[in-house]
Design a protein around this ligand. Structure first.
Ligand SMILES: [Mg+2]
Length: 258
């Protein structure tokens, strides 16, 4: 395959929870040595780019902040494009609040007039926070959701997250959210723009058959599925999703680049 640019997912591709996928750091190094470019892309909205970089570095990956593109960053760009100093009511982590403020957005946790309600991953989401968000939406605030995920797994089991809360607020307010992150085509396009990638030479490497594989193909990119994460070949067949390549893990990526 004539590929030069890669969008590479994090969880399930470079690591699982706190453990690096064997050979993944070496694979990234090999891509660089072959003159390829990559962006590490994730729908994560609970951590900052710096925290992700630190996590990767501590696992032996040589990556820099500029190599990482998160849905949180895409959300900030999206809102700033609409209104540069927008006031936002946030259901999300403190880390996300800081990132939004650093970018010049005005963030509140109180019930007061806002331009946007932003719902992202927050494991301290409460009835009261949801209640406030609903009332602000009904008063006309724009609705932005980060990461439309049903649940996420970690060492202690599966956990409810942003997708469920976004759906609840869509139902109660009757207002659809603008969802930021994979598989939204704008997310892939923003990440490609960041490394000046040519679409026909770009592949998404991911473990999520919907957000990564189907999403990338619908955006006109090649999609490389890795079996090191949440989904299996059976899931692909069951959902009639056909990646352009299937690898055991990202370790095998350099070998398929002619
Ligand atoms: Mg993943």
């Amino acid at each position: 395959m004539d590929l030069k640019y890669f969008l590479i997912d994090l969880d399930g591709v470079l690591y699982n929870g706190g453990v690096a996928v064997e050979g993944a750091a070496h694979a990234l190094q090999a891509l660089r040595e072959n003159g390829c470019k990559f962006q590490l892309v994730s729908n994560t909205s609970g951590k900052t780019t710096d925290a992700i970089k630190e996590k990767l570095n501590s696992m032996g990956f040589e990556v820099y902040e500029r190599d990482i593109f998160l849905a949180a960053e895409a959300m900030v760009r999206f809102i700033k494009h609409k209104k540069s100093k927008a006031k936002c009511y946030l259901i999300g982590t403190l880390a996300l609040e800081e990132a939004m403020k650093d970018a010049g957005l005005n963030v509140t946790r109180k019930e007061e007039p806002v331009d946007f309600v932003v719902v992202a991953h927050d494991n301290e989401t409460t009835y009261n926070k949801m209640d406030i968000a609903l009332r602000l939406l009904l008063k006309g605030a724009g609705f932005v959701g980060v990461h439309d995920l049903r649940f996420y797994p970690n060492e202690t089991g599966v956990h409810i997250t942003s997708g469920a809360f976004i759906k609840a607020l869509e139902y109660s307010s009757g207002k659809p959210a603008c969802i930021i992150g994979k598989p939204n085509p704008d997310f892939f396009k923003d990440a490609m723009r960041k490394m000046k990638a040519k679409r026909e030479q770009t592949a998404m490497v991911g473990d999520d058959i919907f957000a990564d594989i189907k999403g990338a193909q619908e955006c006109g990119l090649k999609a490389i599925f890795v079996e090191s994460g949440s989904y299996s070949r059976d899931d692909l067949a069951r959902n009639n999703i056909k990646p352009d390549a299937i690898l055991k893990s990202i370790k095998d990526l350099p070998a398929i680049l002619g």
